[in-house]
Design a protein around this ligand. Structure first.
Ligand code: GDD
Ligand code: MN
Length: 368
């Protein structure tokens, strides 16, 4: 049982006592690993006291280094094959440990989450804004895991789940990180009642919400590698379209350049901006830039021709075939162009991924 602590001196005795009682009554041989970040309130010293006559191990760290890294250090210090994490403030009921453990022992699951959001689970009279934030954060993680309460800080797992994966301890959500990167096939949730903390104050500040967003986005990139790349690519493409129109307008209106010349110039400017942002953001490329830029321009020009061909096919082939009348023609043109843009974006994306930025894709997919 890994318990990260920062200023939890008022909760420690009851916590250790309840964990041990719960484990004793069900024959579980448990060790409590307290990972304390040099709490000013003397949690570390109190933990050492408890270690004298309980099955408690204490890891002392130099200062407040964060919850997730504390959990990972606790895993390293523990010697068991089954690991668990819980908060020190008695929000998580130690009485649920036997039920969670039995799921792992019976082979029903390799990870068990104590969940507030499955039938039977609950939270204690939370104010509306806390419920909203919690639900919003949980919703944002929907695409990452099917677990209903992946933000729960109360979970248990087989050590083998962690084999071979490098975990990034950013922010509070080490459980979510494990759900996304861990090696397992079965996960179950056990309902818990999340009680208000017994003593002391919460350490989850507003900064943690931003860290969570950053963390969740990185996990999406890890899990949905191609989708996240395509979305970034399309987003940059959308900005490129705005740049294209803005430059075109500027050249024609402010400098009086011939409009077709202006169109070519604005196309090159937009393609260049697309190239730079995709290099930095979408593909995080460090490869040689000149040939990459040339390839990107070739793909962009091909994409432009593909766009024209598709548009012509839709306008001259499809429109009469499905009998669009002339009063709907301008609407049909816009729909056709949107369809063409979508197809061209996929063409450009695939061509750039496997040609322009192929070296970067290869090295990144290997890591993922
Ligand atoms: N070692 C260490 N270092 N421990 C820390 C640190 C740190 O920097 N920050 C927090 N902790 C410990 C606390 O002492 C407590 O035991 C546990 O981590 C959770 O901290 P709380 O301050 O009680 O967090 P919370 O109640 O706001 O958040 C809990 O509920 C959330 C769901 O609403 C946590 O369980 C979150 O993981 C969970 O998402
Ligand atoms: Mn808490």
């Amino acid at each position: 049982m890994v318990v990260p602590t920062y200023n939890e001196v008022g909760n420690l005795d009851e916590l250790v006592q309840r964990i041990q009682q719960s484990c004793l009554s069900s024959g579980i041989d448990a060790e409590v690993v307290i990972v304390d970040d040099n709490s000013p309130d003397g949690t570390g010293a109190r933990a050492e006291e408890l270690a004298k006559d309980h099955d408690v191990k204490v890891v002392h760290r130099a200062g407040k280094l964060g919850l997730s890294s504390a959990v990972l250090e606790g895993f390293a210090a523990a010697s068991s094959d089954v690991l668990a994490v819980m908060d020190a403030d008695l929000s998580h009921p130690p009485e649920k440990i036997p039920e969670m453990f039995s799921k792992i022992q019976s082979g029903e699951a390799e990870i068990v989450f104590g969940s507030r959001y499955v039938p039977g689970g609950s939270v204690e009279d939370w104010p509306f804004h806390r419920k909203l934030i919690s639900k919003g954060a949980t919703l944002f993680a929907r695409g990452l895991t099917k677990v209903k309460d992946p933000m729960s800080g109360f979970f248990m797992l087989k050590r083998s789940v962690l084999d071979g994966e490098k975990l990034d301890p950013i922010g509070f959500k080490i459980g979510l990180e494990i759900l996304v990167k861990g090696k397992y096939s079965k996960v179950v949730e056990v309902p818990i009642h999340f009680a208000n903390r017994k003593s002391g104050k919460s350490k989850l500040g507003t900064g943690e919400y931003l860290k969570y967003l950053d963390h969740a986005i990185q996990l999406y990139e890890h899990k949905r590698f191609w989708l996240s790349k395509y979305l970034k690519f399309s987003f940059i493409g959308g900005i490129g379209a705005i740049i294209n129109i803005a430059v075109l307008w500027f050249l024609v209106e402010a400098t009086g350049v011939y409009y077709l010349t202006a169109a070519v110039a604005s196309f090159v400017v937009a393609a260049t901006s697309n190239f730079v942002f995709n290099r930095i953001w979408t593909f995080r490329s460090k490869s040689e830039i000149k040939s990459q830029y040339a390839r990107f321009l070739v793909v962009s020009v091909d994409g432009l021709f593909l766009n024209l061909i598709l548009l012509k096919q839709l306008e001259e082939g499809l429109m009469p075939a499905i009998g669009i009348t002339s009063d709907k023609a301008s609407l049909f043109l816009i729909v056709s162009q949107l369809i063409a843009i979508f197809i061209v974006s996929i063409f450009n994306f695939v061509a750039n991924s496997f040609w322009t930025y192929s070296a970067d894709i290869k090295s990144r997919s290997k890591k993922a």
